[in-house]
Each structure stands twice: as structure tokens, then as C-alpha cells.
Design a binder for this molecule. Sequence first.
Ligand SMILES: [Zn+2]
Length: 351
Amino acid sequence: MTRGPLEQSPVTHPVPTSLARTMRRALSVGGALLLGACTLTEAPRSQPTEAAEEPWNWSEETVRSAVDQVRAGRDLNPAAWPGGARVAVLLSYDVDNETVQGLRTGQVSIGPLSQGQYGARVALPRVVELMNRESVPSTFFFPAWSLKLAPEQGALIQESAMHEIAVHGWIHELNTALDGPTEERLLRQAVDAIEEITGERPVGYRAPSWNHSPNTLQIVRDIGFLYESSLMHDDRPYELVQNGEPTGMVELPVEWILDDAPLFNPRGNSYMNPRDVMQVWIDEFDKAWEEGTMFLLTMHPHVIGHRSRIVALEGLIEHMKAKGGVWFATHADAARYVREQAGMPAWEAPN
Ligand SMILES: [Zn+2]
């Protein structure tokens, strides 16, 4: 893959000051809700004092501009999936390892870091072995530091020439807390670092903690990714719309129901038996099959790769294969296919 336009000037996107403050608060609240997977705590922010800033006093324009920053555009679910399949199954792994076990916050502690290394040392090989044995192409999203700490993960994933490696930030930084230039610098250097280790430039982006800052979408567009996979407007692939304008960017949406981390934390408040979680995923898959859409599941090697959980994943794949009519694909292959079916111009890597 060719390199992106690294010499571009930093992105800045002016937002009216009061709106920017309001949005930072909204993102802060949303971020706190979304961080179950990553056990990050954020410093409390100050509460609004000006009555004019209370949301029930917002002008029509303020509400609409808040919502319109990033919106779902046209549905990109194709009439049929390759080979006449009824449903596309996209399995993804966010290979967070040590980055979510302290590195991202700087709260470094040896016990949690050991759980991170379990991800690279035991869990990822177990997951890759299962995907290869079942011939299920998958996508592995890496924070660059997770790959830098254990670069052998890249070679293991690439060995079958079936899987995709994509980018998930630099050190799983909380991108919503960064200014635009810093967020862009970290993402560009993450893409470069992953390319340096794997020899392939990532074409897909998933935001750490699945959230966008007011700058994220523009940065993702400027870098020239094929697809984005962090948002939740739909169950089906769709085109992202930024401030009312279609972007040509394919979104492959995620969902917390379809994530292993929150429900598999044995010290969390919402712990579920892995076999019960498998049934939730089977129900999600069966409805996607009926509707002829897409099933996208996010897992984390250090979470799903334990012995009692990999059993749940094996059971899910067994169910899917028994049902039939499934197209297992990487996110990149799915994004290319839906673009083509929708009559969008073929995606080209930036020069
Ligand atoms: Zn992550």
C-alpha cells in the first residue's frame, strides 16, 4: 500500500465556543458510558453554570449542529452478498493488550499489564488458530503500541494471507479528549508504525473506545481510509454524512451488545456466563440472516481468548456454519463490496 499525505497541515475545525464546550461535556458523559471495555476513568469535568447552556434552552441551530456533526446517510446493505449469501459475518478483534491495561492512562501497574501480555502471548495465538482452522477471515484492529510490544502478532495473523490488520489508535488514547492536531498526529504515526511492522498500510479505522471527537471523521477522511468502524447508527453498512454532506466514507457499525468486553469482566457488575452471551450473539445473527443484512462482532483477544470463552466463539461459528448462507469476510473486503454494489467509485489508497 502507498503512503498517505503525511505532510498535510494539521486539521482544525472551528466550532462555536459555547457549542464546543457543550459538546465536550456531551462527549465526556458518553465517553464515561462507553469505557466499560477499557476500565478507564476520566477526571470529572465542571458542571455548566450558565442557564443559556442548559440543553432545554438551546436554540434550534445548536441542537441540529450537535446532531449533524456525524449522521447516517444512505444504507449500503447490498441486495445480495457474494455467492448469494444471505448474511455477511464480520468478526473483528480489537487487540488492545497492554494499552488498555494501564498504558493509555499512564496508570501503570504490573498486575493489569500481565493481563495485557496474556493477550499477545496466549490469547491471540489461540484466536488465530481457531479462525484459520475454521477458514474464517477476520480483522484485527491494533493500537500501534500493542503491535510494537509484540510484533510477532503481525506475522502470525498474516501467515494465512486471509486476515486484515487495521488501526485502533496509537496507545488506545482517548481521542475525544485530544485537540485535533494531536489526534491526527497520533493516528498518522500509528498507521506508519503498523505499516512498518506488517509491510501493509492499514485501510480501516476503529476509534479507541468507539467514539469520535468533533475532529475524528475529518481526520479519517483526510488520511484516506477505506472505511470507519466505531459508530452505531444502524445494523447495516451505511455512508457517513458530515454536517449534512455525504462523505463517501463507509461505516461498518459496532454495538455494545456485540462486544465481548463488558459482559465477560468477572469483576464487573454485568458479568454473564459466556455460553449465555453466545446465545445473545446467535439471536443477533439469526435476525441478521432473516433480514439479509450484516453481523459484525467485536472481540478482544485478552478477553475472548481464555479457554472458557473461546468455547462460546466456537459454538457461534458452528451455529453459523450449520445455518449456511454466510459470507465470512474481512471489514476491508466488505467495505469494497458494498461500495461497488452501491455504485460508489472504487476506493484507491492515497498517494
Ligand atoms: Zn480498544
